[in-house]
Design a protein around this ligand. Structure first.
Ligand code: FES
Ligand SMILES: [Fe+2]
Length: 419
């Protein structure tokens, strides 16, 4: 449970808010690189942390993210002409380069372009994603470098989808391992909707015991379950501040890690980033391991409609009550869609003063604490965790071991080769 003040502190992300200022200290995954496919292609509108921006790729291939509003008389630069290394406003012809500098003013007999600079944020390209940094220039961290951004393009899949609730709800839902084999399970072998198989250790195991090890980037955490055979099934995850989770790809799947970023569009909407990669071999597109049978591969995403989900709140996620009786726990198609349904139904910003948490919520409690501490660190002039490159190379892992075996000794070297 949080106080109302804590809930406000953690969830509000606009300019000038404590959490907003903290989140602006990180690179934010914002666009898939193919959304700006070529020099001088059409600009894009995007909204990040409650700010409306326009992104464009200039003649030289550089990407800029500018305040959407033209600083002259505030029409949208999205209408603009992307030409000759700048975006030109169609209203009076002011033109801006990727740094936000005004370089031309067609309507002025004595131009004063050198004196005009609009808000502009740096953009980095990594892993087929365009990342935006919205914080103070002197605090800009090194470019994002996750294991998934390093592998060749054919080894990874990256998708995104809009979720209609506050980012922290989505993040908390994602790092919450206790719900997964409950909400996402199938009810019978070969059920007509995808989900976690009845026979899976995840479903067969007991309710999990959670352990959280706080680190300098966030924490690693474990969900340990006992199997009927007496063996222990342990899943090891990482939470990288402020919005990233690395998770094991699925039972028996080698070399693969799967994960998410949950990034705020504004206070009431967020983007769910899904990525999945194989260290060793290229992925077949559309190929899915046991846990990827949801819509990690983008099957439920309506790209033409602003990356909204086809199954969404307006159509009750197409819940099928008959399927809920016989096929899957929820009757909703798609693991990620099931997550979004539960999280969106909590309301745009859930009232955390009313909740009742238990030991199974330990990872959620730890994330809130770290986020609150990060806000205090930034307010005191320091750096939040997870901006230094200590998260590079992290992996998720899982193991099944005999009773009493030391699963930490088995998992930690696999999860953090530098530990
Ligand atoms: S409003 Fe953009 S140039 Fe006038
Ligand atoms: Fe889930």
């Amino acid at each position: 449970m949080l106080t109302q003040e804590q809930n406000e502190l953690l969830t509000r992300v606009g300019p000038g808010t404590p959490m907003g200022e903290t989140l602006r200290r990180y690179w934010i995954p914002a666009l898939l690189d193919w959304e700006l496919p070529a020099p001088d292609c059409a600009p894009l509108r995007l909204r990040l942390l409650g700010e409306d921006l326009v992104a464009f790729r200039d003649t030289s291939g550089r990407v800029g993210a500018l305040d959407e509003r033209c600083p002259h008389r505030l029409t949208s630069l999205w209408l603009g002409r992307n030409e000759e290394n700048g975006l030109r406003c169609v209203y009076h012809g002011w033109k801006f380069d990727v740094t936000g500098q005004c370089v031309d003013q067609m309507n002025e007999p004595r131009p004063f372009a050198a004196k005009i600079r609009t808000t502009s944020y740096p953009v980095a390209e990594a892993g087929g994603v365009l990342w935006v940094y919205m914080g103070p220039p002197e605090k800009q961290p090194p470019p994002p470098d996750f294991a998934w951004t390093r592998v060749p393009e054919a080894h990874r899949v990256v998708t995104k989808v809009v979720e209609e609730c506050n980012w922290l709800q989505a993040l908390e839902g994602g790092i919450d391992t206790s719900h997964a084999p409950i909400m996402h399970r199938m009810l019978r072998p070969n059920a007509s909707q995808p989900g976690i198989p009845v026979s899976d250790a995840f479903v067969q195991g007991s309710a999990p015991t959670l352990e959280v090890d706080v680190t300098d980037y966030g924490y690693r955490y474990f969900g340990a379950r006992s199997l009927g055979s007496g063996e222990q099934y342990v899943r090891g995850y990482h939470f990288v501040m402020p919005w990233t989770q690395l998770r094991p790809a699925g039972r028996g799947v080698q070399n693969r890690t799967h994960g998410h970023h949950w990034t705020p569009i504004d206070d009431r909407r967020c983007l769910v980033w899904n990525w999945y990669y194989d260290d060793a071999v290229p992925l077949g597109k559309g190929e899915a391991g046991p846990e990827e049978t949801g819509n990690v591969f983008g099957a439920d995403v309506d790209v033409e409609n602003g990356f909204r989900s086809v199954r969404n709140r307006s159509n009750n996620w197409m819940i099928d009550r008959e399927a809920q009786r016989t096929e899957t726990f929820t009757g909703i198609v798609g693991i990620n869609t099931q997550d979004r349904a539960a999280q969106e139904m909590m309301g745009p910003i859930v009232d955390r003063t009313r909740e009742h948490l238990g030991p199974a919520d330990r990872a959620i409690i730890a994330a809130r604490k770290l986020l609150e501490e990060a806000v205090r660190a930034v307010q005191d002039g320091g750096d939040p965790p997870g901006v230094a490159p200590t998260y590079y190379g992290l992996r998720a892992a899982e193991t099944t071991l005999p009773p009493g075996a030391d699963w930490r000794a088995d998992l930690i070297p696999k999860m953090d080769p530098g530990a």
